[in-house]
Ligand binder design. Structure first.
Ligand code: PMP
Length: 426
């Protein structure tokens, strides 16, 4: 049955839209953390449609609010005000760190990042942006160019983007080890600014944990060090929370709070409305007020997505989801460590809370993408969905729902264990 869908995919979808697995999944339905394909096979979902279905598929409390809104007011565009968008904007100002207050709503992380970059340029009068190697920012022209992973760079280059080294300790670009490295990757940002820019920058944009790049997690002093440098050269700090928001990193609502930095601008998307398209750029009011002129986003802040976002946030707050991420994150990490003791191919486990990665390697840390592919086929057979990433395609990304239970983690670990066993033997 799935063959006829594969034929349609090949015939009607752009070839750049690639899928996981030798035989891609054609999904039919989802409930909580379970997905079912068109052949009736069930899968335990530990990737959430790329960290997006943060509270489980078709979560009742959210679905009901979305359907109710759909029956009440479905669309109006940004030419008119609507209640859910304004209530949500007010809530965001209350829960985001520092002085972040004014938001602009769009439909994706790419748009959210584009707006953040433009805002920083308008507010500072400077043009140049510091991003980082191994970063992922999106699939629009600018955000593709900001993405520093060559397979995703399909479009134009922008001269005002400058690429700092990533804080990738497992494969340190300076061949040093933390803490003896004295944070050379952070300090090098100053030389980058002095040598490759006009000496004044608009912003530094960073995913606190580098997502598609393979959950690269910097040392705890890293962002303060970079913040100090970028502010010295007139730059704003933009935190891209598309993957790290909503409690995912455990104990805090947003990833950057773990490093104690107060960003001037923050972007969110993915899990904001548990699967409905939402892009958010929030900024300090004195910065946001530089974004004048005319602006329309037809679907940005539409009442249905905003009702979903409000219901998602209510659920997160009412159920102390950040705390669940912290506790279940520690539990999951311990279980992954047990697998690491058992399987030498697991070179490193990294991340925070429920955003955890495993770098899969051969001898001498050589990336082993082939093993990851085998593990993908085996986890599929076991009925477990996981993600992958990293420049070399050798990082397994494990990001269960934020409200995951211990029993579900135990089940996933059993399936992973079986998959490692089978992949290593085959
Ligand atoms: N920023 C980050 C950190 C992301 O992970 C992504 C998506 N993977 C984006 C931006 C772009 O989001 P979208 O796909 O919704 O445009």
């Amino acid at each position: 049955m799935k063959k006829k869908f594969y034929e349609k995919h090949n015939k009607y979808i752009f070839p750049c839209v690639s899928n996981y697995y030798q035989e891609p999944l054609v999904l039919e339905k989802g409930m909580d953390n379970q997905l079912t394909d068109i052949e009736g096979n069930d899968y335990l979902d530990f990737f959430g449609g790329i960290l997006t279905v943060g509270l489980g598929h078709c979560r009742k409390e959210i679905t009901e609010k979305v359907v109710e809104q759909y029956r009440t007011l479905q669309h109006c565009s940004t030419l008119y005000q609507n209640k859910p968008a304004l209530l949500y904007a007010e809530k965001l100002a209350q829960i985001t760190p520092g002085k972040l207050q004014k938001s602009i709503f769009t439909n994706s992380g790419s748009e959210a990042d584009e707006h953040a970059v433009l805002l920083a340029q308008l507010a500072t009068g400077n043009e140049e942006i510091i991003t980082r190697r191994h970063a992922y920012s999106g699939a629009s022209s600018l955000t593709m160019a900001m993405t520093a992973l060559s397979p995703f760079r399909l479009g134009a280059n922008y001269g005002y983007l400058k690429f700092a080294h990533a804080p990738y300790c497992y494969r340190c670009p300076f061949d040093k080890s933390y803490p003896g490295c004295d944070l050379i990757c952070a300090k090098d940002v100053e030389e980058l600014i002095k040598t490759c820019t006009r000496g004044k920058i608009a912003a530094f944009l960073a995913e606190p944990i580098m997502g598609v790049g393979g959950f690269i997690t910097p040392p705890m002093e890293y962002y303060k060090e970079v913040e100090h440098i970028i502010r010295k050269y007139g730059g704003l700090f933009i935190s891209d929370e598309v993957q790290t928001g909503w409690g995912r990193t455990g104990g805090k609502m947003f990833g950057i709070e773990q490093w104690g930095v107060e960003p001037d601008i923050m972007t969110m998307a993915k899990g904001a409305a548990n699967g409905l398209p939402v892009g958010i750029t929030i900024a300090n009011p004195e910065i946001a007020d530089h974004f004048k002129g005319q602006h329309i986003s037809t679907f940005g802040g539409n009442p249905v997505s905003m009702a979903g976002a409000l219901a998602t946030l209510d659920y997160i707050e009412e159920n102390n989801i950040q705390e669940n991420c912290r506790i279940m994150g520690d539990y999951l990490r311990d279980k992954l460590k047990e697998l690491q003791d058992k399987y030498r191919v697991i070179g490193e486990i990294r991340g925070m809370g429920l955003i955890l990665g495993m770098e899969i390697v051969k001898e001498n840390k050589e990336p082993d993408a082939e093993m990851v592919n085998k593990l993908f086929e085996e986890t599929k057979k076991q009925g477990l969905l996981i993600g992958k990433g990293g420049l070399y395609g050798n990082v397994i990304r494990i990001t269960p729902a934020l409200n995951i239970t211990k029993e579900e983690i135990d089940e996933a670990i059993k399936k992973l264990d079986n998959a490692f066993n089978a992949a290593i033997i085959c």
